[in-house]
Design a protein around this ligand. Structure first.
Ligand code: ATP
Length: 279
């Protein structure tokens, strides 16, 4: 059902955009290419760093859409109890409102309404453990709804990319889409190359000279296409925001004001009574 909605949305948008461009011939033939971004995360909460990455990627690589995909159950154990999916999704929807091509996605939404209802419940009331969301599964599902001519770009920050080799079916995931990696000061091209799974990694003798080169430009290797975005990283993290919210500090400089307002109204990140789901 969700997949169907997404497919419909993508087709609708493709058709509107083509018509707007007056590209009647392509519409008639049903041929049109789309660059689409996939941006996954916990988004607990979504902040200006996420939006800056998506904006830079969208403008540099002409992404017609960026799907923001909050994970219901991320694979890596969180150091903190995760806020219920429905709240994280609501905040993504609020933060992406002003960008026409930014789409809040339900691709990794909980499958049962019982899981959704767990928002605001004490952890004991949370239903049995939900399925872990692996990016490779979600990307494969998404690609089934796209056209062969569409090009999928996986958006990721350098911090997360450092662990890519540990992800489920990392090699397959890197082969399924192009990657846009938002680098940050202090990381070199060598760090990027050495983060790849071993069998895709260039030999050390090749990457060694890269250790002083900033992580920028494109890195194209057999089975991998990486596009490195520099100057995007902002010094903001969801961890810092949760800490500030717990102390009742103002959040406006890190967040869209609508998200800050939502956090306040829902009492998120306020300690024992916050509507967390324990994973
Ligand atoms: P937390 O502090 O809870 O670990 P986070 O702020 O890193 O969260 P996530 O939802 O875990 O946010 O991140 C989703 C994606 O956004 C990851 O690919 C991550 O590298 C990237 N990202 C997070 N913060 C920034 C930032 N300030 N600038 C650019 N990219 C970021």
């Amino acid at each position: 059902m969700l997949q169907h909605d997404l497919q419909h949305d993508l087709q609708q948008r493709r058709s509107n955009d083509d018509t707007n461009r007056g590209n009647a011939e392509k519409v008639a033939q049903g041929i049109s290419k789309m660059n689409i971004g996939f941006f996954g995360g916990t988004f607990d909460p979504i902040h200006r760093g996420h939006l800056a990455l998506a904006q830079a990627a969208a403008s540099r690589y002409a992404l017609r859409q960026v799907l923001f995909v909050p994970a219901n159950v991320p694979p890596h154990k969180q150091k903190h109890p995760l806020t219920a999916f429905i709240h994280r999704y609501a905040m993504v929807a609020l933060a992406t409102q002003d960008e026409r091509g930014f789409v809040p996605s339900l691709l990794e939404a909980p499958e049962t309404t019982a899981e959704l209802r767990s928002a605001g419940q004490p952890s004991a009331a949370v239903p049995a453990r939900a399925e872990v969301n692996y990016s490779i599964d979600t990307v494969r599902r998404l690609k089934q709804t796209l056209k062969k001519s569409d090009r999928l770009f996986f958006l990721i920050g350098m911090d997360a990319f450092r662990d890519i080799a540990k992800w489920r079916e990392a090699r397959a995931l890197l082969g399924e889409c192009d990657f846009i990696v938002a680098s940050r000061p202090g990381f070199s091209l060598r760090d990027v190359a050495e983060s790849l799974p071993e069998d895709l990694r260039p030999p050390a003798a090749v990457t060694r000279p890269f250790h002083k080169q900033p992580a920028t430009g494109d890195l194209v290797l057999p089975g991998v296409s990486l596009h490195l975005l520099e100057g995007v990283h902002q010094s903001v993290s969801a961890t810092a925001i949760r800490g500030a919210a717990a102390q009742g500090k103002p959040l406006a400089r890190w967040l869209d004001p609508r998200v800050a307002d939502y956090i306040k109204k829902q009492g998120l990140y306020r300690g024992a009574f916050a509507p967390f789901v324990r994973l």
